[in-house]
Write a protein that binds this ligand. Structure first.
Ligand SMILES: [Zn+2]
Length: 448
């Protein structure tokens, strides 16, 4: 039984939640929604709240109907069960305070709620691009960053991981979006770290720690301080980039994990090899093309080597040990097909083989956002998964939802549609399990 004061409390919260609903053609209907529920508190006591515009029914009625305290009901939709990879028809998704509070069979009359009739529509979790670059490295233009973010959100991307950029700008965007002052996906970003060879070609020219989001890390660096600085600048994880060996790398990983930072990095860290990188405990490894380092065939690396020859080397490449250690460590491959599709077309059959072995794969594009494109590159990445790498549509969707959520350490909050999870959702006109390009036909994006 829900008492009246609890109901009213939820309503008050409606005025402070950061609700963005982007409808067809991205018209924001936030104001009408909040207007509908506009209430004003006349004192600090919960029971003494009055509504300016009464919602249908009386407060007493809400109080006597358990579960009817929702603010927003997405009615009669097909809802994606991400884990099982199928849509369940005829569901009502009930949302309060930015969270899903129930997913139940449709048919109930919702008196207390704003109802969106989604008959014939498909609801999936908001998409996650696990590898973007939102800022210029130096002298970033904040308005460009916000434009990038708004573009991504309008196309259904509700969270991103930025894998290297201007940390001050990213932190600002992260906070502004979190506070509801700006529209965009939730921003998670990295503190970029590399060794002396990367920065100085082993000449030790610069020794200062640079910035909290771009650090020089070498044996002898106070790793605890490096991690504290990364954490304090708002970073969710590290992007370990280059110049780490198999002896030093585990120490860096350990120091990061001790401060609850995610550990992300390149699959090849020069000299640490892909197997050594995964073995060291890096949780998310980027760029499937870097698996070329598993081959010792020198002809393979020559620019003019015929494609057919490269394909034959890749087809014979022994990836068993790599796949085995990825699974053992529960690591995720951030494949980034988009970034090397032209240069390394052999990545498609290679990723197909890795996927067949059951390695977790996230959808990251490694792209600088191009708002002139009709759709974000994430949609290309997902269609390549399906059309060139043998993924089922469900697997492709998991890569951009459930697995993406794990990349940023948010699997308890986003990535699937179930009670308790965030209601960052994408409503589609068509079924993306039948046609992955249905992701382009958006009915609404909900982002709290
Ligand atoms: Zn990148």
């Amino acid at each position: 039984m829900v008492d009246a004061s609890a109901f009213l409390f939820i309503i008050i919260n409606a005025n402070v939640i950061k609700l963005n609903i982007i409808m067809k053609k991205y018209t924001i209907v936030l104001m009408c929604l909040l207007g509908f529920f506009r209430v004003s508190a006349t004192s600090n006591e919960r029971g003494s709240v009055t509504s300016n515009e009464p919602i249908s029914g009386t407060q007493k009625e809400y109080a006597t109907v358990p579960g009817d305290t929702a603010l927003l009901v997405l009615k009669n939709a097909s809802v994606l069960d991400v884990k099982r990879g199928k849509f369940i028809k005829g569901k009502d998704v009930v949302i309060a305070d930015g969270k899903i509070i129930s997913v139940s069979a449709s048919g109930k009359i919702w008196k207390a709620a704003k109802v969106m009739d989604l008959t014939g529509k498909f609801i999936i979790p908001g998409l996650i691009d696990a590898h973007v670059h939102l800022t210029a490295n130096r002298k970033n233009n904040m308005e460009n960053t916000y434009r990038h973010l708004e573009y991504l959100l309008a196309h259904g991307i509700t969270a991103v991981r930025d894998a290297g950029g201007d940390g001050a700008a990213l932190h600002e965007a992260q906070l502004e979006i979190r506070a509801g002052k700006r529209k965009g996906p939730d921003v998670y970003f990295s503190s970029f770290m590399a060794g002396d060879w990367y920065y100085n070609r082993d000449m030790h020219i610069r020794n200062e720690p640079y910035t909290p989001w771009e650090q020089l890390v070498v044996p002898g660096t106070n790793l605890d301080s490096a991690m504290s600085a990364a954490k304090a600048c708002g970073a969710t994880g590290l992007k370990l980039y280059h110049s780490f060996n198999k002896h030093f790398l585990p120490k860096v990983v350990q120091a990061a994990k001790a401060q609850d930072l995610k550990v992300w990095g390149h699959l090849m860290m020069y000299p640490a090899t892909p197997l050594e990188v995964v073995d060291a405990g890096v949780e998310v490894v980027s760029h499937v093309y870097m698996l070329e380092n598993l081959t010792t065939d020198s002809l393979f690396f020559k620019r003019k080597t015929p494609q057919a020859y490269k394909d034959s080397v890749i087809a014979a490449l022994d990836i068993d040990a790599f796949c085995k250690i990825m699974k053992k460590k529960n690591a995720i491959l951030d494949a980034t097909l988009c970034v090397s599709e032209d240069r390394n077309p052999w990545i498609f059959p290679l990723l197909k083989r890795i996927h067949e072995q059951g390695v977790a794969i996230a959808a990251g594009t490694d792209q600088i956002v191009d708002t002139d494109r009709a759709y974000p590159r994430l949609l290309d990445e997902l269609s390549y998964f399906v059309e060139k790498c043998g993924f089922s549509n469900a697997d492709a969707l998991r890569a951009a939802t459930m697995v993406g959520a794990r990349v940023i350490g948010q699997e308890k909050h986003i990535g699937v549609i179930e009670p308790g999870k965030s209601a960052n959702l994408l409503v589609l006109e068509g079924n993306p399990l039948l046609d992955i390009h249905a992701l382009k036909k958006i009915n609404a994006v909900l982002k709290f």
